[in-house]
Write a protein that binds this ligand. Structure first.
Ligand SMILES: [Zn+2]
Length: 320
């Protein structure tokens, strides 16, 4: 158990896209008139989907921040154009920490609420003008200010609408396909990483860097490792950060196992692990966009050990 069962995890900035409380996602079939970016083609192969979508401009890889590198797409790709998320709403079933401990959608919401509490306290001291991100829980596909995306993208953050997007069915893949442990902190790490991208967005860390660069020491990898470090900063303070209205912290004190679970998830989404163990191919460091398992774990731990934003300056490090 990770969240205090009695904690109040209600939120006004986490919502479900479309489909109402059942979370059914968008209806299949073409829609006209409301689609921000037209999509073309279909039947794209699993491992190529991110490359192809990036090439067609449907998912501009340079403007959304996914958890996973290209070539790691998890689903069957997009199917049809989708409507903007005009329906849906609050996750009314997510009220307490007990809900977060048994329901992954509620776990996402509770992690976001915890991160709101922490970052609203520590970001201003670091010169960051803080505002909370939005979070959208979707099913299969979603329209965003960064373009249309599908579950195949994995969880991501869109700077253009300051929103974290996640289809929590990803958690099954994280465990079954990518080999993460199934612990609660493994799941929260994913949210905290995307939240880290929001902090970077507020910081302006995404400006002036070469987002299209690849390789273990590239700007792209440094950006991802900084988000991992920020996830560690959150984890460090999660059990001591007051909940909404100065209530008790949302999380129970972390155990060694909790930290191991987060590290397990960080390793599971490492580029080398995905290229070799998940995709069954060669490790090609020159193509990395997110960093190796070891890099991702190391930067999570850097943030966790220090609990300080300034230790996450991956852009000033000689090597990351
Ligand atoms: Zn990322």
């Amino acid at each position: 158990m990770t969240f205090d069962p009695n904690a109040d995890i209600r939120s006004d900035n986490v919502r479900r896209a479309g489909g109402g409380s059942s979370g059914g996602g968008f209806p299949r079939g073409p829609r006209r008139g409301r689609v921000a970016i037209p999509m073309t083609g279909g039947g794209i192969g699993i491992t190529l989907v991110v490359f192809v979508l990036a090439a067609t401009g449907v998912i501009p890889a340079s403007v959304l921040d996914s958890l996973l590198g290209a070539g790691s797409a998890t689903g069957s790709g997009y199917e049809q154009p989708v409507q903007p998320h005009t329906r849906g709403g609050a996750l009314t079933e997510c009220r307490t920490g007990a809900d977060a401990n048994r329901n992954d959608d509620c776990l996402v919401q509770a992690t976001v609420e915890s991160a709101d509490g922490l970052w609203s306290r520590i970001a201003p001291a670091a010169g960051i003008k803080f505002r909370e991100p939005q979070t959208v829980i979707f099913s299969r596909q979603v329209a965003t200010a960064c373009g249309n995306a599908t579950s195949a993208t994995g969880p991501f953050y869109c700077p253009a609408d300051s929103t974290i997007y996640i289809d929590t069915s990803f958690y099954r893949e994280l465990q079954a396909r990518f080999g993460s442990s199934s612990g609660q902190l493994a799941k929260s790490y994913v949210v905290a990483h995307e939240y880290g991208h929001h902090i970077q967005n507020l910081q302006g860390a995404m400006r002036g860097i070469n987002r299209r660069s690849t390789g273990p020491q590239s700007d792209a990898v440094r950006l991802e490792l900084q988000a991992d470090c920020y996830a560690g900063v959150w984890a460090r303070h999660a059990a001591s950060t007051p909940g909404p209205g100065n209530s008790a912290p949302l999380l129970k004190p972390l155990t060694k196992k909790d930290v191991q679970d987060a590290l397990s998830a960080a390793a599971a989404v490492g580029d080398d692990h995905i290229q070799k163990d998940v995709a069954g191919g060669q490790v090609q460091p020159e193509s990395w966009t997110h960093g190796s398992s070891q890099q991702r774990q190391r930067w999570f731990i850097t943030g966790y050990n220090s609990g300080e934003i300034r230790t996450c300056d991956t852009f000033s490090a000689d090597r990351v």
